[in-house]
Every structure is written in structure tokens, then in C-alpha cells.
Design a protein around this ligand. Structure first.
Ligand code: HDE
Length: 753
């Protein structure tokens, strides 16, 4: 009979990476077809529509692909050459005076190769060093011209190419993906009016209110400077010393200690622009705005024990997840929602909208959905694209403007500045991944690594020799909102900035019981890694202001008494408008994506019942899941009626933390054999402990019993039991249970397990 193998679908957009012959050809433009009338801008000096950096992409193809296509390199059927294009005869031996003689200085081929190698590394990002990225597009649901003249929102259905990079914050470039940390969510829109970078995080607030404190925050959070530890972790003295002395960080700490700090996948996180921005329409009218990305797959997280184990089993967990999903045609998608509010509304809020440690509850200003973001193509080259992409908050376009958020002000400077040292000079905008699709014309010249060949003798304005070109765009160019200002020059902050706890309390109170437990457990773990007792105590005294319940829980876990509350900077804050916000709880936002791309492990051994397995396998594939056959070793196993089943994973190379669900098949010989392997019990127990869905068929139920799982739990939605004959009927329940992500009824053990 036909053998069972794990199905590995692939992304037809990337066919050439799966052995397609014409590897150099650009991929078809069907996924992103920019409006041809909107990307036709040519330049004053060149009318030839070439695809040089900064020039218009040919209409009707994927604009972003076309702009990168000119730099794509493919070596198939090519000879090896030096950097000067000289064919290299042998790549094995250096040039020597005699076979046993000294190597010769004239060996330019060796020297070029080694010299280039010596300079392969560039500085990593100061923060957000570790990241993963993908190409895609943004599609506007409708024209948003009432509020903004920004190009991506110009009309219904408008497509704008994007490049999106997700990242951790604290770890170095090679650190693990599943650290407890905030995640970066940076989107570069290649609009036809220039590049717009929306450089956000998966948490809607930040630690500090003023850019002045950013270097202090990062120095405190990064590995301690004397011994360089810990890597990719905030669980150490200097971080907690700093934040316990900076009560404004409390709200962000609550988010970070919640399960949001350990996302299941980049595809399952929200994104936030964090700061208040302005939208400006053609008439020059402005409205305040906050940007929110919501994943279609729902927002899901790991549990701590799982995150710790994944970091050992697969430090690239999130990178691999994103890559594999896109490669298999499961294109992740987010909806962009805006919170739009007027200056008058803002003035009346109990908090200041210029304070990045505060969010605007969705109950106060609901989200207006305006478009969707789809990621549908992996980069060709990690370094050229993911590493060299330069996101800068200063990159905004007509129709969007900054607010006076003092944290944002520092960012507007910092990002451009940091690229200059990271990417080696002021021309980083010419690196293909950073080059706008819109035409670039100005009188800036020269600098390291200049690519553009500016023609003519004019590099100044005003001029008459070049007919005044490039000319000022006037009303169609970027214009800042003319906000009237009449103020003293001071170092200080607005009064409402002094209130630090109301929204931390709102966040905590809005969580479900399980989420609250996880927050307390995370604080307990982090503070248990702090060696100086006074720091722990200070942090606890701050938590008393958030919630007595939380402070009590954390203190008990540390074997400490609850201290006095930390004195507040603001004793009579304005009462908050919202005291409960379900949108802040992960459990309140169900996914809509079923089980597409979810990973299901099937334990196999010789003697498994093939018939029932095939039924479930087909049902799972039909529902879009990725099924892996996990054996005590790789290779072929033989089913009870002689069928062949190939294990593509082993319990050794793929422990159960890497899967979303488990199917234990029927077949008493197989179950007996599985019971004899060292990894089996751990595999099952971890899945159970992490509250994921398990289905055991027939004899497979025995294995659960041996792993200490009480079969009386069979009415629990997370552990399903059935006879092999009922495989077809139980399939739907299994799929529904996997879609629930985790099962709260057994969840409370997870954080502490
Ligand atoms: Fe960043 N941040 N940041 N940040 N940030 C950087 O820029 C900075 C802040 C964020 O995938 C750096 O290119 C300052 C908030 C992301 O390439 C640097 C301040 C938010 C990324 C920098 C902040 C972010 C960065 C390091 C306070 C969420 C990665 C390398 C005033 C809204 C982008 C680089 C990518 C990266 C400075 C605070 C998000 C040093 C000075 C708030 C997603 O310029």
C-alpha cells in the first residue's frame, strides 16, 4: 500500500529555490501588482525607465522584486571568478615557490579571497540585533483620504510593497529566539511617494518617557559589562536595579512579564507603532493616530517552561517558523487598525498621549480597520536584506507626521545616525533593500560607497544651468503640521507623565486568572535571578502600587514579606476612563485561522495501526496542519499490515516543545515499543504540561497513562481519547482542540512545572 510520509508543501512564488531552472528570472508579479499609473515617476535627467537604484520599476511587475532583481546573482553554469571577473583556474591551492616552498605575496587571488573574508562582518544593531524578515505587501481596504494624503491609503485596493523585520531586543545577533523580551515589528513601506518606516514593537507601551533615558535603559538591560552576562535576558541585577528606580517602566514590565514576552510565533503577535502620530489630509487638517497590527492567526504565546526548552532544542524557533510558513505558501497576515482621535479628545484623557508608557484603551478609542499586511516572499539573502535593511523613524511621507512625544523625538535622530556606523556611511539609502522605489533626486553628493552616477555639473540649488532641477515640490511635497507653539525652553515633563501605575493596574486586572498566574511567576523567576535583596524589595514595593494580589504572589514565591508601597510621584491622579479592557488579555482574542501551519507530531514505531492513522493524517492535512512522523529514530517503520511510514523527525532531534499537538496512534506492538524508549515519556509529559492538545487512539491511551496522565480527563478538551474505529469522527474534535492553542483547564500547572 502507499507509504505515509510527511507532506512538505512549497511556495510557488519561490519555485526557483526548489530547483526551478530559470533561477535568475524575477518571480511573477501576480502577488503584488502596483497600479501602473502610480509607479511611473521618471527622472528629470533620465527618461529611459531603467531599473537603477532610485528609479521607477517597470509597470506591471512586482515593483520591489524588480528593484532587487538588478542585484540578484546566480552562479548556475558560471565559472568561478575573482571580484574583477577574472576566471579562477584553481580554488584549492595558493601560489608557492615550489610545492613545499613559501607562499608568494603576488598571489592576488588568495589575498583577495582572504581580505574579503576578513571584512565580512559589520557591527550588529545596538539593540534588536537578532531578527528575521520577509517581503510582502500592504493593501488598503478603502481610501482614507478624509484623514490622510499618505500614498498607501490613496484608494481602495491600493497595493504597496513592504519589507518587514521582526526582532528580539536584548540578545546579540546569534542569540535564541524565545527569550523573554519585547519583539520588534518594523515595516518598511516602499510607497510611490517615498519610503515610510513604521518601526514598532509587539507591546504598545515602552519603558521610558524621554529619549534622554534610552542609553541608560539599554546599558542596564544588556549583558553586564564586566562579564558579559546574561545573554538575551533581563533577569539580572542591573536591569531590575534600573527599572525599580524608574517607576514609569512598571506598565511595560507588566506586559513583558506577561505571556506577550514569549510569543509562539512572529506570525502570532500584534504590532504597535507605540507613539502617537499625526495624519494630515490634502486640506492640511490633522488628526492624531496610533497604529495597531492584529495577526489573523490570533495572538498566541509560549509558556515559560516551553520557551526555555525550545531555546535549547531550536534557538531559531521563530526564524524557522516564519521562513517555513512563507516557504510553504502559508502567508502570514495582519490587519492594520488605527485609533483616530482629536487634539480636544486627547486633552481630556486622564493620561498624556505624548507619554509612550501609556496606551489608549480600545474601549476609549476603538480601532478603525484600514488595510491588511501580507508576507509572501522570503528574502534571497539574509545579509543583503535582513541585516542591511535600515529602518528609521525619520522615514515618513507626506500625510504622516510626528507628535511631540519626547521619546519619538530621540528616535527620529537615533535610527539614521546608527545606520551610518552600522552600514558604513551616509549612503546606506542606496543599498538595494533600502532604496526607495520612488525616484531620488537631490544635490547630496559623494560619501563612502556612492552608487548613483549623477550627471552634469550642477549639484546646488538654486541653479539656472540645470533649469532649476531638481526643483522644490511645493504643495505636493512633505509638509510638517504647522502646530502653533508658544512655550518656554525647559527641561521637564508634563504633569500627567508623573502617574505611573493606573495602566499597569488596568493591564493586570484585565487578565484571566491563568494569565495573572503567569505574570506573577515571571516576576518571581526574574527577581529570583537578582542577587541584591534590596533590589528585589524595591521592585516588590513598586508592585504593591499595581496590585496587592500581584505583590503578594511574587513576594511569597521569593520567600519575602510584602513591603510598604513605594511612594508615588503623583498622589491624586485623574481617575482612569477604563478599568477593565478585555483587549489586553491574550485569552480574550481567539484566532480565526483554524490549524493552518500548526505542527502536529505523530509518534510512530513498527506496528502502528495504519488505517486510523491515514484517516487522521488526511483530515489534518486537509485542515492545513503540518504533520510530522516522529520516531525513536529517522527512517522507515512498518505498520501493522505491512505499510511503510517514514519518520522525518526523531524524538531526539525534535522534542515535543517544537509541536503544537500530539497524536498517539493505535497498535499495541508499537505502543509497547514506544514505551521502551527513553524519550517517549518526556515527549508526552512536556506536551501535556504545556497544555497542548493530545489525541490517543486505542492502545495509544496506555502510553498516556504510563506518562501519568489521568485518563479520567477524557472530558477535558485538551486530552482526547478514541478507539481507532472512531478516527474519522474524532478528527473534527481534534482539529477544534488544536485551534484553541492551549487548554486553560490544565494550564495553571504550566508556568511552575
Ligand atoms: Fe528602537 N532603536 N529606540 N525602539 N527599535 C533601534 O536602530 C532607539 C524604541 C525598534 O528591525 C536602533 O537600526 C531609541 C521604541 C525596533 O532593524 C537604534 C529609542 C520602539 C528596532 C534605536 C528607541 C523601538 C529598533 C538599533 C528611545 C517601539 C529594530 C539599530 C528614544 C516603538 C528595527 C537600529 C530593525 C532599533 C534607538 C525606542 C523599536 C539604536 C534612541 C519605543 C523594532 O537606533
Amino acid at each position: 500500500s502507499e507509504g505515509l510520509v510527511a507532506a512538505m508543501p512549497h511556495n510557488s512564488n519561490k519555485e526557483f529555490e526548489h530547483g526551478h531552472a530559470n533561477a535568475l528570472a524575477p518571480m511573477p508579479g501576480t502577488t503584488v501588482t502596483p497600479d501602473s499609473d502610480e509607479i511611473t515617476a521618471s527622472t528629470a535627467t533620465e527618461q529611459d525607465g531603467s531599473t537603477k537604484t532610485g528609479h521607477a520599476a517597470p509597470a506591471g511587475s512586482n515593483a520591489l522584486q524588480a528593484s532587487l532583481e538588478r542585484v540578484r546573482v546566480d552562479a548556475s553554469e558560471q565559472a568561478l571568478t575573482s571580484n574583477q571577473g577574472v576566471a579562477v583556474g584553481t580554488n584549492q591551492h595558493s601560489l608557492k615557490a615550489g610545492l613545499r616552498g613559501p607562499s608568494l605575496l603576488e598571489d592576488f587571488i588568495l589575498r583577495e579571497k582572504i581580505t574579503h573574508f576578513d571584512h565580512e562582518r559589520i557591527p550588529e544593531r545596538v539593540v534588536h540585533a537578532r531578527g528575521s524578515a520577509a517581503h510582502g505587501y500592504f493593501e488598503a481596504y478603502d481610501a482614507l483620504t478624509k484623514y490622510t494624503r499618505a500614498a498607501p491609503f490613496a484608494k481602495k485596493g491600493k497595493i504597496t510593497p513592504v519589507f518587514v523585520r521582526f526582532s528580539t531586543v536584548l540578545g546579540e545577533r546569534g542569540s535564541k529566539d524565545t527569550a523573554r523580551d519585547a519583539r520588534g515589528f518594523a515595516v518598511k513601506f516602499y510607497t510611490d511617494e517615498g519610503n515610510w518606516d513604521l518601526v514598532g514593537n509587539n507591546i504598545p507601551v515602552f519603558f521610558i518617557q524621554d529619549a534622554m533615558k534610552f542609553p541608560d535603559l539599554v546599558h542596564a538591560a544588556k549583558p553586564e559589562p564586566h562579564h558579559g552576562m546574561p545573554q538575551a535576558a533581563a533577569a539580572h541585577d542591573t536591569f531590575w536595579d534600573f527599572v525599580s528606580l524608574m517607576p514609569e517602566s512598571t506598565h511595560m514590565l507588566l506586559w513583558l512579564m506577561s505571556d506577550r514576552g514569549i510569543p509562539r510565533s512572529y506570525r502570532m503577535m500584534q504590532g504597535f507603532g507605540v507613539h502617537t502620530f499625526r495624519l494630515i489630509n490634502k486640506q492640511g487638517e490633522s488628526i492624531f493616530c496610533k497604529f495597531h497590527w492584529k495577526p489573523l492567526m490570533g495572538t498566541h504565546s509560549l509558556v515559560w517552561d516551553e520557551a526555555v526548552k525550545i531555546s535549547g532544542a531550536d534557538p531559531d524557533f521563530h526564524r524557522r517558523d516564519l521562513w517555513e510558513a512563507i516557504e510553504s505558501g502559508e502567508f502570514p497576515e495582519w490587519e492594520l487598525g488605527l485609533q483616530l482621535f482629536t487634539e480636544q479628545q486627547a486633552d481630556a484623557f486622564s493620561f498624556d498621549v505624548l507619554d509612550a508608557t501609556k496606551l489608549i484603551p480600545e474601549e476609549l478609542v476603538p480601532l478603525t480597520p484600514v488595510g491588511r499586511l501580507v508576507l509572501n516572499r522570503n528574502p534571497d539573502n539574509f545579509f543583503a536584506e535582513t541585516e542591511q535593511v535600515a529602518f528609521c523613524t525619520a522615514h515618513i511621507i507626506p500625510g504622516i507626521d510626528f507628535s511631540n512625544d519626547p521619546l519619538l523625538a530621540g528616535r527620529i535622530h537615533s535610527y539614521v545616525d546608527t545606520q551610518i556606523s552600522r552600514l558604513g556611511g551616509a549612503n546606506f539609502h542606496e543599498i538595494p533593500i533600502n532604496a526607495p522605489l520612488a525616484s531620488v533626486q537631490n544635490n547630496q553628493r559623494d560619501g563612502m560607497h556612492r552608487q548613483a552616477l549623477h550627471r552634469g555639473r550642477v549639484a546646488y540649488e538654486p541653479n539656472s544651468l540645470a533649469g532649476g532641477c531638481p526643483f522644490q515640490a511645493g504643495a505636493s511635497g512633505f509638509a510638517s503640521f504647522p502646530e502653533p507653539l508658544n512655550a518656554d525652553k525647559v527641561r521637564g515633563q508634563p504633569e500627567k507623565f508623573a502617574e505611573h501605575y493606573a495602566q499597569a493596574t488596568l493591564f493586570f486586572d484585565s487578565q484571566t486568572a491563568v494569565e495573572k498566574e503567569h505574570i506573577a511567576a515571571a516576576f518571581r523567576f526574574e527577581l529570583s535571578m537578582v542577587n541584591v535583596p534590596a533590589i528585589r524589595k524595591r521592585m516588590l514595593s513598586s508592585l504593591v502600587n499595581v496590585s496587592a494580589e500581584l505583590a503578594k504572589g511574587v513576594a511569597a514565591g521569593l520567600g519575602m514579606d510584602v513591603p510598604e508601597a513605594m511612594p508615588r510621584a503623583c498622589n491624586q491622579p485623574q481617575p482612569p476612563e477604563v478599568t477593565l479592557s478585555p483587549a489586553l488579555s491574550l485569552r480574550a482574542l481567539p484566532g480565526q485561522c483554524g490549524i493552518r501551519s500548526r505542527k502536529v507530531a505523530v509518534l510512530i514505531e513498527d506496528g502502528v495501526d495504519h488505517v486510523s492513522l491515514r484517516t487522521l493524517y488526511d483530515a489534518l492535512l486537509e485542515a492545513g496542519a503540518v504533520v510530522h512522523f516522529v520516531g525513536p529514530r529517522l527512517g522507515i517503520f512498518v505498520g501493522s499490515a505491512g505499510e511503510q511510514i517514514e519518520a522525518n523527525k526523531s524524538m531526539e532531534n525534535a522534542p515535543s516543545v517544537l509541536f503544537d499537538a500530539l497524536l498517539v496512534p493505535d497498535g499495541s506492538t508499537a505502543i509497547q515499543a514506544l514505551a521502551g524508549h527513553g524519550h517517549t515519556m518526556e515527549f508526552i509529559k512536556d506536551l501535556f504540561r504545556h497544555c497542548k492538545t493530545i489525541l490517543a487512539l486505542g492502545a495509544g491511551q496506555k502510553l498516556l497513562e504510563m506518562a501519568g496522565i489521568a485518563l479520567s480527563m477524557d472530558d477535558d478538551e485538551g486530552v482526547l481519547l478514541a478507539e481507532a474505529a472512531d478516527a474519522a469522527t474524532v478528527a473534527a474534535a481534534f482539529i477544534k482542540a488544536i485551534a484553541a492553542h492551549r487548554h486553560p483547564s490544565i494550564d495553571s500547572t504550566a508556568a511552575t512545572a
